[in-house]
Structures are given as structure tokens and as C-alpha cells.
Design a protein around this ligand. Structure first.
Ligand SMILES: NC(=O)c1ccc[n+]([C@@H]2O[C@H](COP(=O)([O-])OP(=O)(O)OC[C@H]3O[C@@H](n4cnc5c(N)ncnc54)[C@H](OP(=O)(O)O)[C@@H]3O)[C@@H](O)[C@H]2O)c1
Length: 190
């Protein structure tokens, strides 16, 4: 199920026990994965807007409270004055919204105008969970490590998602971690 005819995709890096975060940070640093995230969420086109991402307030803060370059960020928070607090009023690359429906509606409308096919859900745990019912595709980086003291997790995938493609196992020389990229696609409705 897409949203207003726009594909909804999620992207995350997860440990073997599905951990995605600890103390509002990523539990690892793998530069090839950050490159992968950038490449996936930024489409090289002629327009000013090269990607659209939706995230929760804590994920925004985990990235230094800065909108991602070349992309438009929708940040979800219940705090009515959050845009003002963060100096985001009148910014055209970052919009604070107060629920997921508003994020998806505004993101889909922007995607149509900017000729972008995909809206990216980039976390964290709560947003991944709530957006799952609208999600067509999931890009996961599986990191071969177990994080025992994590505090944010990626949901289990339902049987509706099947592996569409899978990279070889790769190795990060700095963190000594192995990882691979897997694309999951939602099965077409029967
Ligand atoms: N490994 C990865 O790929 C990856 C990706 C993204 C994030 N992360 C990690 O995940 C952790 C953050 O995730 P998280 O689950 O703790 O937080 P989060 O989902 O990023 O943010 C949660 C906050 O977003 C707002 N929010 C979310 N959904 C909402 C809704 N439907 N309606 C209204 N407000 C909503 C609320 O903000 P207010 O409290 O302001 O109301 C809520 O407290 C960090 O450790 C981060 O590093 C990892």
C-alpha cells in the first residue's frame, strides 16, 4: 500500500537482535552504510529537491538537529513550538508536523510536484512501526553484531515482505563489523 500513489520506503541499519539505537545514537559507525543511506535517499535529478524523508523528533536530534542536505525533512513532534525552538520556521527544507498522517500527506504532495517516486521513512522505532502499514519497500542494512544494551529496535517484518535483492557480505575495516544490504518488497495484493 503506497500513500497517494507515492511509494513509501523505509531505510534502517539493524543488528542481529534488531537494535537500531542506543542513547539516541547509532550503536556503530560504518561509513559505507552512511554512504548507502545518502545514495538511497538522494536521487540525482535536476530539481532542487532530491529526496524526501520523514523522521521522529529524536532521530532529528540524533543527527545534530540539522536537515539533511539536498533533501526535504519532515520532522514529527507533538510539541507545538518545536519548529520555533529549533529555528525551523520558514525553512523550505524542513517542516515540523504533529502526526504521521500529516507527514505522509505533505510529503506525498511535495513528491508529486518534485517528480520524486519515493518518500523515505528514516526512523526511529516509533515512526518505523506506525508507517509500516503504508510501506511498500524496506531497505535494511543487516549488521552482524548483537547489541545487548540498545534502547530502540526495528519491528519484525510480517510475511507480506519478501527479499527482493541482497548484497554480498561486506566488511568494515574500522569497526571490524560485517554487514550486507537487503531489499524487502511487499507482496502484491492477491
Ligand atoms: N539504525 C538506524 O537505521 C536508525 C535510524 C533512525 C534512528 N535510529 C536511532 O533510533 C533512536 C531514535 O528512535 P526513537 O524511536 O527513540 O525516536 P523517534 O521515533 O526518532 O522519535 C520519537 C519522537 O518523535 C515524535 N513522534 C514520533 N511519532 C509520532 C507521532 N505519530 N505523532 C506525534 N509525534 C511523534 C515524538 O516527539 P515528541 O516527544 O517531541 O512529541 C516522539 O517522542 C536513536 O538512537 C537513533 O540513533 C537508528
Amino acid at each position: 500500500m503506497s500513500y497517494a500513489h507515492t511509494e513509501v520506503a523505509q531505510i534502517a541499519a539493524i543488528s542481529s537482535n534488531r537494535c537500531i539505537g542506543k542513547n539516541n545514537e547509532l550503536p556503530w559507525h560504518i561509513s559505507a552504510d552512511l554512504q548507502h543511506f545518502k545514495k538511497m535517499t538522494t536521487k540525482q535529478n535536476d530539481g532542487d529537491i532530491q529526496g524526501i524523508v520523514i523522521m521522529g523528533r529524536k532521530t532529528f536530534e540524533s543527527m545534530g538537529s540539522k536537515p539533511l542536505p539536498k533533501r526535504v525533512s519532515f520532522i514529527i513532534s507533538t510539541q507545538m513550538d518545536y519548529a520555533e525552538q529549533k529555528g525551523l520556521i520558514d525553512k523550505n527544507n524542513a517542516h515540523v508536523v504533529h502526526n504521521l498522517d500529516d507527514a505522509l500527506t505533505q510529503a506525498a504532495s511535495l513528491a508529486h510536484g518534485a517528480h520524486l517516486d519515493t518518500i523515505w521513512i528514516i526512523g526511529g522505532e516509533r515512526v518505523f512501526n506506525e508507517a509500516m502499514m503504508y510501506t511498500d519497500r524496506i531497505e535494511l542494512t543487516h549488521i552482524d553484531t548483537e547489541i545487548t544494551d540498545g534502547d530502540a529496535f526495528f519491528p519484525e517484518l510480517s510475511d507480506n515482505f519478501i527479499v527482493a535483492s541482497e548484497s554480498e557480505q561486506m566488511h568494515d575495516d574500522k569497526s571490524y563489523l560485517d554487514f550486507r544490504f537487503v531489499t524487502y518488497q511487499k507482496k502484491a495484493a492477491e
